[in-house]
Ligand binder design. Structure first.
Ligand code: GA4
Length: 313
């Protein structure tokens, strides 16, 4: 059963941790495909367990990330600012959004990460495994919807896929006044699908249709999966790209680290709902390219409902 509590950001102690659907990928394929489609329709968010990403690879990525964020600021800034890729602190995007976090934004294509440093090797293995999992989930979604197997996954497997890896560090704040700050403000993810793995610190919350915020309990052994705007457009709104946010510093002296893979199409990919999914309905959204969608997204604020701009009026 799912229970959500109205969240007052300043009184986080009132929040109860409850769960979105948890899907065991080791169950039978047809059963898993149905469960995933149901979770996408009802929540737009679910967790996967027994997902096949090795604990060793994930742990190495987490250790490397903590090691990076532990460095003195001038050293972190040496990697360049997060525009488009690099280190960022507090500033999110280019339109004035801020949050209580520091982060690294990394490209995922082989040219960009196939280098010799330990950090790059670890990123490369992690991205390879998580991309595979993202494609597997997209293929299960396609099977569950009765559309061609690689309709969604081919975008993420494409050599020019614009997928990203985002490492977010929400540092601990000991002063009680900061308790319950927003770490990363309310937004939906623009891409096709997002796979988030966090350490054992709470913080992620999803917005429910009734206006309540549902805290997602952290589980370092699971991936939290959510539908992005592109999958909402490609399913003609049958799946919803749910708004979510991250609270910072829910527990004193605890750092939260999330490692987030955003599966995206190549820039010139055309985004449209396939006829099999339209059935007898009219398309809600215009046809657009990922590059057009991305330009619009990056020119607007974090909390924008950007698919509205692509609606057929
Ligand atoms: C939200 C999802 C990803 O973290 C991200 C973010 C991006 C950024 O941090 O630069 C954006 C945000 C995200 C959507 C609106 C724009 C762009 C910040 C912002 C204000 C990397 C992405 O792809 O879109």
């Amino acid at each position: 059963m799912v229970v959500a509590t109205q969240v007052n950001p300043i009184r986080m102690e009132k929040i109860r941790e409850v769960d979105i659907p948890v899907i065991d990928l080791s169950c039978s394929r047809s059963k898993v495909a149905k469960l995933i489609v149901k979770a996408c329709e009802e929540y737009g968010f679910f967790k996967v367990i027994n997902h096949g990403v090795s604990h060793h690879i994930t742990k190495e990525m987490e250790d490397e990330s903590f090691e990076f964020f532990d460095k003195p600021l001038p050293e972190k800034e040496l990697v360049g600012s997060a525009n488009p890729f690099g280190y960022g602190s507090k500033n999110i995007g280019l339109s004035g959004d801020t949050g209580e976090l520091e982060y690294l934004l990394l490209p995922t294509n082989q040219n960009a990460i196939a280098q010799t440093s330990k950090f790059r090797c670890v990123v490369s293995s992690y991205v390879k495994s998580v991309r595979e999992l993202a494609c597997e989930i997209l293929e299960l979604i396609a099977e569950g919807l009765g559309v061609p197997h690689s309709l969604f996954s081919h975008f993420v497997r494409h050599f020019d896929s614009d997928s990203l890896l985002r490492l977010n560090h929400y540092p601990p704040v000991t002063h009680s006044f900061h308790h319950g700050n927003i770490g990363f403000g309310e937004h939906s993810d623009p891409q096709i699908i997002t796979l988030l793995r966090s350490n054992d610190a709470p913080g992620l919350q999803i917005s429910l249709r009734n206006g309540l915020w549902l805290p997602v309990s952290p589980d370092p052994h699971a991936f939290c999966v959510n539908i992005g705007d592109i999958l909402q457009a490609m399913t003609n709104g049958r799946f919803v790209s749910v708004r979510h946010r991250a609270m910072a510093n829910l527990l004193p002296n605890q750092s939260r680290l999330s490692m987030v893979f955003f599966g995206a199409p190549p820039p010139e990919a055309t985004i449209a709902c396939p006829p099999q999914l339209l059935k007898r309905n009219k398309p809600i959204y215009k046809t657009f390219t990922w590059s057009e969608y991305k330009s619009h997204t990056y020119a607007h604020r974090l909390g924008e409902t950007r698919l509205d701009h692509f609606k057929i009026t």
